[in-house]
Design a protein around this ligand. Structure first.
Ligand SMILES: [Zn+2]
Ligand SMILES: [Zn+2]
Length: 163
């Protein structure tokens, strides 16, 4: 015996007081809620001729309730297994999303690094330009010093001349 024998083939709920089983003229059973909304049997496509003749299947309902009661633990296990499978799917989905976030962070870090390297290159160029300017200024001052020397020489020459 399998719990699936006691489930509505449409909603997969186990028959009982809440999901009352009804049997069509073709012999297939579904829960009462679903029979209200169909015109053909979903399993064999036989047209439902007379809704008034569809009766609640009390035997199926009671056997189903007995099964659930006797195999309560087994039923619980099966139910837990279904829940666990659903959770596993969700957990792996969550793990995937977390990994995607990490990948995004990793990608952003490497583009930050590229930008920082570009900034470092520019700073190096600015420093080089400053150093070049400093060197030029130093050369100018040295030249200016020579000029002073030259002036002194000229002055000296004048003095010498005057003397
Ligand atoms: Zn159903
Ligand atoms: Zn049928």
């Amino acid at each position: 015996m399998n719990i699936n024998n006691f489930k509505c083939p449409i909603c997969f709920e186990v028959y009982g007081d809440i999901y009352l089983p009804c049997t069509l003229q073709c012999g297939h059973s579904f829960c009462l809620e679903h029979i209200k909304h169909i015109s053909n049997c979903p399993l064999c496509k036989t047209k439902i001729k007379n809704f008034a003749e569809i009766k609640q299947n009390c035997i199926l309902r009671d056997i189903s309730k007995d099964y659930v009661r006797i195999y309560k633990d087994k039923y619980k296990e099966e139910y837990e297994e279904i829940i666990k499978q659903e959770q596993d799917v969700l957990i792996s989905e969550e793990t995937k999303k977390r990994k995607e976030i990490l990948d995004l962070i990793e990608t952003n870090i490497s583009s930050y690094k590229t930008k920082i390297n570009e900034i470092h290159k520019i700073i190096t160029q600015i420093n080089d330009a400053n150093n070049n300017l400093l060197n030029k200024m130093n050369n100018f001052f040295i030249y200016d010093g020579n000029n002073t020397n030259t002036n002194t020489n000229i002055n000296q020459d004048c003095e010498n001349y005057n003397n």
